[in-house]
Design a protein around this ligand. Sequence first.
Ligand code: UDP
Ligand code: MG
Length: 137
Amino acid sequence: MAYEHTLSIIKPDATSRNLIGKIIQLFEGNGLSISACKMLTLTQEQGKEFYIEHKERPFYDDLVSYISSEPVLVQVLSGEDAIAKNRQIMGATNPADAEAGTIRALYAESIDRNSVHGSDSTQSAKREINFFFPDFT
Ligand code: UDP
Ligand code: MG
């Protein structure tokens, strides 16, 4: 096990349904701590840059519009195996495949309105934390 930091976003479908508290409860209740946190509305440019890895995917334009449409809560979550642990707490990308009790099983509306983002590797965690919290150490 390693102590890690990962980036989490509570997405527009969840902030707009007042689910921030319930979602944070799942992170904190499962051993992750909030090390940094802010609420903001991404510009289209920020949305494009953040999701650049999906540039060639058919859903890219819709994904960028969606993530930039309303305020999001961006957090650094920290703890033992934080990157994998956060992905477990989130559940599968498609809520239809998400394990019972995960955030996406509980709260996601669909694959494209799936309530949370989480970094998927050490490398992406580093890039994504730096994207929103350049002074985080
Ligand atoms: N997405 C989508 N349609 C798809 C696949 C993904 O709208 O068919 C969106 C969805 O919001 C997802 C995001 O694109 O969370 C990033 O996709 P990824 O495969 O990285 O899933 P994640 O890492 O969020 O589980
Ligand atoms: Mg991803």
